[in-house]
Design a binder for this molecule. Sequence first.
Ligand code: NIG
Ligand code: FE
Length: 436
Amino acid sequence: MKVFLEQVQVMHRKQLQTTKPIWIQNAAQLITLASDRKGPRVKEQMSELAIIEGGSMWIEDGVIQQVGTMQELIKTCMPRAHEAQIVDATGKIITPGLIDPHTHIVFGGSREFEFEMRIEGKSYMEIMNAGGGIHATMRKTREMSEEQIYNETAYRLDSFLKHGVTTLESKSGYGLNVETELKQLRIMQRLNNKHPIEIIPTFMGAHAVPEEFAGEADAYIDYVIEEMLPTVTKEKLAVFCDVFLEKDVFTPEQAERVLMAGKEYGLIPKIHADEIVACQGAEIAAKVGAITADHLLKTSNEGFEMLAKNGVIACLLPVTALYLREQPARAREMITAGVPVAISTDCNPGTAPTTSMLLAMNLACITMNMTPAETLCAATYNAACAIGMEEKIGSLEVGKQADFVIWDVSNYQKMHYVFGVNHVEQVWKKGAKVVG
Ligand code: NIG
Ligand code: FE
């Protein structure tokens, strides 16, 4: 199952590594999220941040070599201090690089006119059924050249990086034909080779039924399975397979069919579940063995039990709920039920046009009553689990990739509390400073 993931990671090998060792010194809080436990964190585990006050790290070859207090590291690092680049983090906090496990960043055009229509009272589905929504972006994505979309996506990635994101998942699904789905996925592959952000690609051919298949969702699903999946996987362009299971989009049967077919080709299932109407999203996620079920605005308590029992990670998207003026996901009940929670921006041109994970984190606190500690876990370690990468990223531990952010605040509560402000001071990817 992890074969594609490893191949994608190997491709992210830009000249990021610095030759000198790096010695990070004296952070007010080094928020490591270190733990001996494996797998996603649940319940009170989500609040265990393993904070080191006066924290320090020694990094070499893009990998964390030592983590501890300044006093602890002085003993071992002092003899080599002259070789190292010293980074003083006095008064600042350091977290693992933020991980965004659900985005739709590769697209053409933008949809500010729909934003106005929604303000005037039209619903997301009314706009979509009138030819707007995903279809409007599909038309632009088909029309625009690969170069143009590449450049616009690179711009969005720069913005993610400036907001502290060092790895993200990105979905296709605005092509809805073989040619344009491939165009989107190839753009991700090219950017993964060029941009400091690591991109984990998801194939989402089943994002909507395109106009040429109008009224024939089953035939479109056949096309996704028979034409798209073999090509996408032959070129090793995706790690995950996702589907928009929603009333008037795809039924539970169609969603199951596409995810099971994806699995046969080695793609790990993910699912857009119960976003607007309850559609057995959690049930299907459990049934197909999805790594995450995303949105979950309308999921029942029984659905939560099912997710918990099957270890499916709930990927919650508070920006989208707010933007659609829907009730937020019931994160507290999910956490109590033992569901591991991750959060994400859902960055897309229709329901969440933002590149700020910090905004999603702040909204997780304000609208879903998650604590700042739970939110931080949901945006780092549990988010790494949501893309199958927790062995490499998501916490600051010896042997892990040196992906981290230095924030211009003195404690982690403050980065969630003072909102609408980008607190990022420096971003480091694989031991190289990429922002600041
Ligand atoms: O996650 N729900 C489906 N996909 C996106 C929205 C896509 C769009 O409107 O362009 C979402 O909300
Ligand atoms: Fe989405």
